[in-house]
Ligand binder design. Sequence first.
Ligand SMILES: Cc1cc2nc3c(=O)[nH]c(=O)nc-3n(C[C@H](O)[C@H](O)[C@H](O)COP(=O)(O)O)c2cc1C
Length: 325
Amino acid sequence: MASNIWTQLERPMRILAPMEDVTDTVFRRIIGSLAPPDLYFTEFLRADLFHPRFGARMQRRLEFTETERPIIAQIWGNNTADYVMAAARLEQLGYDGIDINMGCPAPKLVKKGCCAGLIRTPNKAAELYAAACEGAPSLPVSIKTRIGLDTPETEDWIGFLLELRPAALTVHGRTAAEMSDPPADWSQVRLAVELRDRISPATVMVGNGDIGSESELQAAAAASGVEGVMIGRGIFEDLLVFRRQGKPWVDQPREVVLDAYIRHIDLHRSYWQGERNFEVLKKFARAYLHGLPDFEPVYRAGMRYHDHDSLIAFLQHSKIPVDSR
Ligand SMILES: Cc1cc2nc3c(=O)[nH]c(=O)nc-3n(C[C@H](O)[C@H](O)[C@H](O)COP(=O)(O)O)c2cc1C
């Protein structure tokens, strides 16, 4: 590996989690302008779609700007030839690293032996890891996973992955069966760090699950010993979660809040040009607007629009609160 981004960042690293339909280049650019993390991940990318016959379908998902660096591309699938091909392309595109998804619990994918389904087939997981390394020899290859499939099997599963000596390992402190329901178990993350110390001291450890503020991040890193903390849903509660100090998003002025959402919608329109559905933008409404004193009526009214122009016009109009009009 030519250079390893995982060893070059400040500790504890603050990492924006990969989230399908959320962390596209549009959201990454907005977060970069508000309060950038130390490291970005793409959404998970299907390795078989890197085949040239799918050309355009994957191309837009792969683009990123320099403001989104450093950036790791996450892939999923279970065919080694696809992994070699995908990794080679990601290396060529200038990504800073490649991550393999071994944690998504979606039953459809698990049944096919992908993502968290790989916990059942560790030898396959090892082959896929080797294939990614082969395809992108100059890049660090990391893995993101959970602590088990149905029950915690941290010693066996995390221990096995560490034998592969990945550049980094992200441990989400839940089993796949738990989906996102019970609180993440950071004692299992701590155990994973102890395994790392014994088995693969050079692997950088990242903990993930239920972190929503800088103080929680610091406490989790200190208690578990990880070098990095990954935040997923916490970004919806505070778009400024990666800022080390200052007021949270809910305390930002009305104009700042509405302008940020408008910028997101506008960039979504110009970047995706209809390739991605307008409706995905509504997932972000609560994240941007939940601190407004009149959040409920603004949110409900916003849901009635079905195109970029009319939603932007409505949000512009909403800069003046109803009671001051
Ligand atoms: C909408 C959504 C999409 C997600 N997509 C991905 C994904 O593409 N790849 C992945 O590894 N994890 C994905 N996850 C899981 C998150 O990366 C993270 O592991 C999980 O949300 C737990 O962290 P949190 O408690 O900070 O949210 C997704 C989670 C959410 C909520």
